[in-house]
Design a protein around this ligand. Structure first.
Ligand code: DG2
Length: 249
């Protein structure tokens, strides 16, 4: 028996995804390709008759705009929206603003992969006076200092994302709503890890493509009916996930 349907959508390509820069909490916009991906994501929702009743996003514009463009394309621009920093991309620490290829060349494959895909080793923390720090960003002023990250590994993301999952998203699912979560490569990897029970080691190999909706039907215990869910365009998702895995190379 299915209680709720969850649709995960990584934002469309951002200006910094295209430049191969570590982004994290830097509030970068979509580029034209990313806007088109977001619209196409919405068309897929419409064509699969998968119409969200409510949308949850991060507080970063690439996710917010993706949700808006997708919902507009699906004629669901009017649904309720909730936003939380807990759905933000992982904070990429001192790597924010750095080029992925140059980082790989400078530090080597092993260190690059640990920073990018290990479960529990964060990159070095960002300096408060870095131009890519969020210290002076008013949207985080209400965050207690112990919750405001200066770097994060995926484990940190899972820990700060799960309270929002249980407090805000699960009640929507249990009410039988179709829930769209528009977020980021790593915040969605964290959510998928939790849903599918993926090990700390195996999650390193999982990559989320931009702009392609991933559907999960959940049982009353909120376990996926189909492990891994199903992408609405599986061929495109496979190709795009491989491209994410290869970034920097
Ligand atoms: C990317 C993910 O996040 O990068 O922060 O650079 O999904 O918000 O574009 P997103 C970033 P990788 O962990 O895949 O390198």
């Amino acid at each position: 028996m299915t209680v709720g349907t969850l649709v995960l959508l990584r934002h469309g390509e951002s200006e910094w995804n295209a430049k191969n820069l570590f982004t994290g909490w830097v509030d970068v916009d979509l580029n034209a390709k990313g806007e088109a991906e977001a619209r196409r994501g919405g068309e897929l929702l419409r064509d699969h008759d998968l119409l969200p009743d409510v949308v949850h996003t991060s507080v970063l514009r690439r996710a917010i705009r993706t949700a808006e463009l997708a919902l507009h394309a699906a004629d669901r621009h009017w649904i309720a929206v909730r936003r939380s920093w807990r759905l933000n991309e992982r904070h990429y620490g001192a790597l924010q603003g750095k080029n992925k290829k140059e980082t790989l060349e400078a530090y080597g494959e092993e260190q690059f992969t640990i920073w990018r895909r290990s479960y529990d080793t964060p990159p070095p923390p960002i300096e408060a006076d870095s131009e890519w720090s969020q210290t002076d960003d008013p949207r985080y002023f209400a965050l207690p200092p112990e919750l405001a990250p200066r770097t994060e590994c995926l484990k940190d993301v899972v820990e700060r994302m799960l309270p929002y999952w249980y407090d805000s998203i699960v009640p929507d699912l249990l009410a039988g709503r179709t829930v769209l979560v528009a977020a980021h490569g790593n915040s969605l990897r964290g959510l998928v890890k939790h849903l599918d029970g993926i090990s700390d080691e195996a999650i390193a190999k999982l990559n989320i493509p931009t702009g392609i909706p991933l559907r999960y039907d959940l049982d009353p215990q909120l376990r996926p009916i189909t492990t891994g869910g199903s992408y609405l365009d599986p061929e495109a998702a496979k190709e795009a996930a491989a491209a994410v895995a290869n970034q920097g190379r």
